[in-house]
Structures are given as structure tokens and as C-alpha cells.
Design a protein around this ligand. Sequence first.
Ligand code: ADP
Ligand code: MG
Length: 368
Amino acid sequence: ATPAATMVGTTIGAKNGVLFTGGDILERTKDVDTVVFDKTGTLTEGEMELTDVVAVDGESRSVADGGEAAVDGGLASETSETSDASEAGEASETSDPNDPPADRVAGADRLTEGDVLRLAATAERGSEHPLAQAIVDGAKSRGLELAEPDEFENVPGQGVRATVGSDEVLVGNRRLLRNNGIDPSPAVETMERLENEGKTAMLVARVPAGTGDGKPEGDDGSENDNDSDGELVGVVADADTVKDSARAAVTELSERGTEVMMITGDNERTARSVAERVGIKPENVRAEVLPEDKSDAIAAIQADGRQAMMVGDGVNDAPALAVAHVGTAIGSGTDVAIEAADVTLMRDDPLDVVKAIRISDATIQKIK
Ligand code: ADP
Ligand code: MG
């Protein structure tokens, strides 16, 4: 391609909110045969909202030590079945759906949904993750007053750990709990139900003061040691909305013959539910990918000769953007992602991914 031709393409791009960082990138983009979208903030709005709060009696794990038998008895009432999801947390303050089932030991200290939400939200106050902000906003809008956590730690790709009063609180995924010696299995059915609805479900656990050091049980990633005194107390879920044009973008890319994939740190069920809604094949979903593993996942996709465009918005996505044949950042994304990218989309519109590829296809064809 001549400098003049790539200049024209780059200018057309800029006018359409598609910023190529150079003529070489514009040329390279036409070779893209696979587009890998990050899920959160890229295919979805990234504006999470709290939808569900469920109290769980983690003590039930002692009945069968995490076996299937423990599952049924382990759940308190579920807000989404007993009341409008938007009233989660409030419902438990007024009604009392939380009486222990008759077959349970009286006085078993299952928390109310309001308690679960207050604990989770307090712990999440220090986090800037969209999942965290939705929990905090949800708690505040339900009139809960939140204390300031005494200590706070982000566990990337897993959740948060905070000291709230004399308790340590964990909010995050199954991995976070297992790594801290807490069995997530009493919440399995609840988690799966919420995830099948495309929601991100998070576990809430509490480690009472003086019963544990709260540190991971093994530094070797050992995941099933249940010798912590921490207890699972509930589940909270956030939902995100799929962007209006996400499905159209996937359709248009497929029509060009481009394979469309999704990569996310979120769990398999949630990811597949979102993929189904936008038209991405289940086998093209890479879920539960840790932040530091996203670039390896892109490298693996490219290992058999594919030329991938990775589209992402987060700090997590920067290394993957760098590894991809073409790294594309969503303009509203983090500076880190934009810096690592070859192409920046000024709008948040997934259809602009199609535009970027079309501009490259058209410009480079013309001058051949
Ligand atoms: P994504 O790739 O979707 O941006 P992350 O890698 O940031 O996801 O997080 C992966 C998973 O870790 C989330 O789906 C969630 O289960 C858990 N997680 C991460 N941060 C938090 C948090 N602040 N609170 C609760 N859970 C979290
Ligand atoms: Mg993200």
C-alpha cells in the first residue's frame, strides 16, 4: 500500500471514530480472521446492577462436608422468588423469610439478606471493579448504612478480602473461597441458577475474629482444604446489559467469514448465556480466564496461524491487546488498555469493530 492510500484509510477511520495508530496497523487489520471480544464493558455495557441477594447457611457443609446432599438444606429463601429483585435486601428487613427450616438447629446463625448485603457492600467499598460498585450502590439505594472497612485487599480475578469490624469478609468467586479453605458447595444451586440467567453471582463469606489468619490456605494453589473457620453466608448477583449492537456486530463479522470469540474472567455459565444472546458459538467462549492468563489465551488462539483482533477495555486486557495481531481498545476503557492498543474505538459501539475491518479491507483492496 502506498503512504497516500493508508493515509486516506486512516483519515476515513478517524472521521468514523476509529483511530489506527499507524498505516502499518491499517494494513494489518485486513488480515484479521478472528475477533476475540472481552465480555464485560466490551460486549456488555459494563454497568452492573445488583439484582439478587440470597442468604445461605454455610453450616450445612458440615452435614456432608460439601457433598451434594448438603445443597438442598443449605439455602435460605431466595429473594428473586419471593419478591421483586429490586427489593432484595429490603424484603428481609421487614418480612422474616429467614426462619431456619424445622430440621435445622434452632439459632443457627444464618444472616438475613440485609446482613449479607451490608457485609458484601462494606467489603467492596475499596474496590473500583464494576461488580463491586454495583454492590455498594445497590446497598446504598436500599438504605443500608455502610461502615468503612478497616483493611482491604483486591484479589485480582477472584474478588476482595476486607476486615469489617472484627470479622474478615470475602466476596468473590468459587476460587476465592476455595483458596481460603471455605467450601462454596452449599451455594452451588443458587449460583448456577443466577449464572444461567447471565448474571455474575458472587459468594460472601465471613471469618470471625480470632478463628483464622484469613490468609490463603496454600501458596501452591491447593484449593480444597477445608480447615478454615470461615463460613459461607450468602450470594449476591449483578447483571449487566448486552450492548444493543453487539449481536449485529457478531452477525456482520460472521458474514465476512470472521470467527468471533469471547474471553472473560467471568464463569462459564454466565459467559455462555451472554454469548448465546449475541450469537457467539459456545465452543468459542473462553471463560474463567485469570487476568494474567488472557494474553496466553490469545497466543493459544493464534498458535495455529490465526490472526486475531482482541477487543477489550480493561487494565486486565492490556497484555492480550499487545499479543494480538491487532489490539483494539474501546475508547471509554482504561488508559492502560488504550496505550497497549493498535486501534482505539472512540465510541463504545461493537459495530465499530466491523467498521475498522471494513475500512482496512476497502483501503488495501483499492490500491492493490
Ligand atoms: P472480567 O474479565 O469479566 O473483567 P475479572 O477478571 O475482573 O473479570 O474478574 C473475574 C471474576 O472474579 C469475576 O467474574 C468475579 O466473579 C470475581 N471478581 C473480581 N473482582 C471482584 C470483586 N471486586 N468483587 C467480587 N468478585 C470479583
Ligand atoms: Mg473486563
